[in-house]
Design a protein around this ligand. Structure first.
Ligand code: HEM
Length: 577
């Protein structure tokens, strides 16, 4: 069995040993020698007892440590059921990001911005407090890692790549990748042919289409072109049928890989039990490898030619990678990690840009006017043009604030740590080997940080004098600290280029009698039935964290990254709504 290397020790430590010890104690404590039935009963009974005992012991030791260090405990959630099983049930039942967000918001109101859910006696910290996040992501960075547990769950997919490593190994990956995110390697002209082809392929006679799915293919195309110089929209005549099949299946295989890892993280220690007899990563990894292998072969061949001719010029990401290593597995791991980092986050960002344009026609018009004024209808999209499109940048920031592509992030302590609080006073004690979830999406909609209008989509808050200090500290869509997103220039350049080319396209359609900024509308009637947002969420003033108090009209979910359930269905041109 694939995961047995992780499963057996974990099962022994968590499921077998504690109840066994409890059973032995109970057995010794009974005066008469019990019959087989009573023994079985005692063993079954020892499971809940050992969980409760373990939970009490760890609480007690945590509180003692906190006192010793002049700190306090992180507030512990008190559920209605023993071991907070009701909280676990509610997490499991909450099928959408909105519901998880609502649960977190309710807990935050009761326990403050940092609290401990302690499900099944295991510490699980959740925080939206900026000083805590700064402590985790910057001040005590070396102590808050991705951790071995995440590495084990993701290894078969991400191998030894930047996302899956900590410490020295992570530093090595980061230094290796950083030079390729320099502006010399990231500029709009790289993306414009693909985006131009994309916008001109959009239906414009008022028929509904799912733009989220199309943006997924566009982001994949752009990322692969930048990394490997391969254009997924064309196929060379000497490509093998196997490679063509792998190319067609690449997007789905990446999605499947992410889902498997996401599910393992959710299930926790016993994830291999859910994969008995089958390896859900086998097929997606076969497709991903079949896609990258010939590309790596060609890059290795180019390297040999460069060495023979003593030329050092390399312009593609993959050429730079093979220049520093002959380790094919390492090259493949890096390609998969960067593709994972780039594809879904960019898809999410572009999707919520389109959603926000369609939801706010006046803002869409203002954005289009700026773009046509600064970038004109046909000029090159240079660095200067992007710099001068200030309202566009404010628009993108506002999209990333309300709809962060990475809505939750997680870290794990190596050693205990003392967390500061925004209220001041004694620090909070966080034990070693404990996870903390950073709830970016809640922080970026928090009224105490962003003001009473936190739920309102308003790019103006980023214009003029800009943000106050608390807002600056409350914007972490790109992550903060040493592990901040490496691809920010890439994502921003691609998004600006997309907005310019979409605005120009709509302006051109307008001059032909169809289109215009306001002609992009949401097509709620085309949304698949089971993905239509529940009516109850649309109530304005609900103040329960769902659907931005009735401002959202489509169902937002965290499917690894933030997305719209069932796709973003829109129309361009004459509307039937
Ligand atoms: C709007 C789009 C994007 C957003 C919001 C975003 C956000 C993030 C966040 C929050 C992290 C930290 C993840 C963690 O701590 O586990 C991250 C890491 C990273 N991102 Fe992005 N990202 C975006 C696009 C991209 C793109 C397009 C690329 C590549 C072309 C990229 C490359 C990376 C890499 C390599 C890392 C790992 C950094 C490290 O661990 O040191 N990202 N990104």
């Amino acid at each position: 069995m694939k995961g047995s290397r992780f499963l057996l020790p974990a099962l022994f430590k968590t499921v077998v040993l504690p109840p066994l010890l409890t059973y032995l104690i109970l057995h010794l404590a009974t005066t008469s020698s019990p019959n087989a039935l009573v023994r079985i009963g005692l063993y079954v009974f020892s499971f809940p007892i050992s969980y409760v005992l373990r939970s009490q012991l760890s609480s007690f030791s945590s509180t003692r440590q906190a006192k010793k260090l002049g700190a306090i405990d992180i507030p512990r959630v008190k559920g209605r059921w023993p071991l907070n099983l009701d909280i676990l049930r509610d997490w499991a039942r909450s099928g959408s990001e909105d519901e998880v967000g609502r649960m977190m918001l309710l807990l935050e109101r009761q326990y403050g911005k940092t609290y401990n859910t302690r499900v099944l006696g295991e510490d699980q910290i959740i925080s939206t407090d900026p000083p805590v996040l700064k402590h985790v992501l910057i001040d005590d960075f070396e102590n808050f890692v991705k951790g071995q547990k995440f590495k084990d769950r993701a290894e078969a997919f991400l191998g030894d790549g930047i996302f899956n490593s900590d410490g020295e190994r992570w530093r090595f990956h980061r230094a290796l990748l950083r030079p390729f995110f320099h502006p010399n390697h990231v500029f709009a002209q790289l993306f414009t042919p693909h985006i131009e082809a994309f916008v001109s392929s959009l239906p414009t006679s008022g028929e509904a289409f799912d733009i989220q799915a199309r943006l997924g293919s566009l982001s994949l195309q752009i990322a692969v072109m930048w990394m490997c110089g391969e254009d997924l929209s064309t196929v060379s005549s000497n490509a093998s049928p196997e490679w063509i099949a792998a190319k067609e299946g690449l997007g789905k295989a990446m999605t499947k890989g992410q889902r498997v890892v996401g599910r393992r993280v959710k299930i926790g220690t016993v994830w291999p039990l859910f994969e008995l007899g089958h390896d859900p990563l086998a097929e997606p990894m076969r497709v991903i490898r079949a896609f990258f292998q010939p590309i790596i072969d060609r890059a290795m061949e180019r390297k040999r030619q460069r060495q023979a001719s003593r030329e050092s010029d390399e312009t593609k990401f993959i050429d730079m990678l093979v220049n520093v290593t002959d380790d094919r597995k390492l090259v493949e791991d890096q390609l998969i990690n960067v593709l994972l980092a780039a594809r879904d986050t960019l898809t999410s960002c572009l999707t919520f840009c389109v959603y926000s344009l369609a939801l706010h026609p006046k803002i869409a018009k203002k954005l289009q006017d700026e773009i046509i004024k600064v970038a004109r209808q046909d000029g090159a999209i240079t660095k200067e043009v992007i710099r001068d499109c200030k309202y566009s940048r404010a628009f993108i920031n506002e999209v990333l604030r309300l709809f962060p592509p990475v809505p939750l992030n997680i870290r794990r302590t190596l050693r205990p740590s003392l967390l500061p609080t925004s209220k001041g006073g004694a620090p909070m004690y966080m034990p070693g080997n404990t996870s903390i979830i950073i709830a970016t999406v809640l922080l970026q909609r928090d009224k105490s940080v962003w003001g009473e209008d936190a739920d309102v989509f308003d790019p103006e808050r980023w214009m003029g004098a800009g943000l106050g200090q608390s807002e600056r500290e409350g914007f972490i869509s790109w992550n903060i600290g040493p592990r901040m997103c490496l691809g920010q220039p890439f994502a921003l350049t691609a998004t600006h280029a997309f907005l310019v080319l979409l605005a120009r396209h709509l302006r051109m359609l307008e001059s032909e009698g169809a289109g215009g900024a306001e002609s992009l509308v949401l097509a709620h009637d085309a949304q698949p039935m089971d993905t239509v947002m529940p009516e109850a969420w649309k109530t304005p003033g609900g103040n329960d964290g769902r659907a931005r108090e009735g401002r959202d009209t489509m169902w937002v979910v965290a499917d690894v990254v933030l997305a719209i359930k069932g796709g973003l269905w829109v129309r361009i041109g004459p509307s039937r709504e």
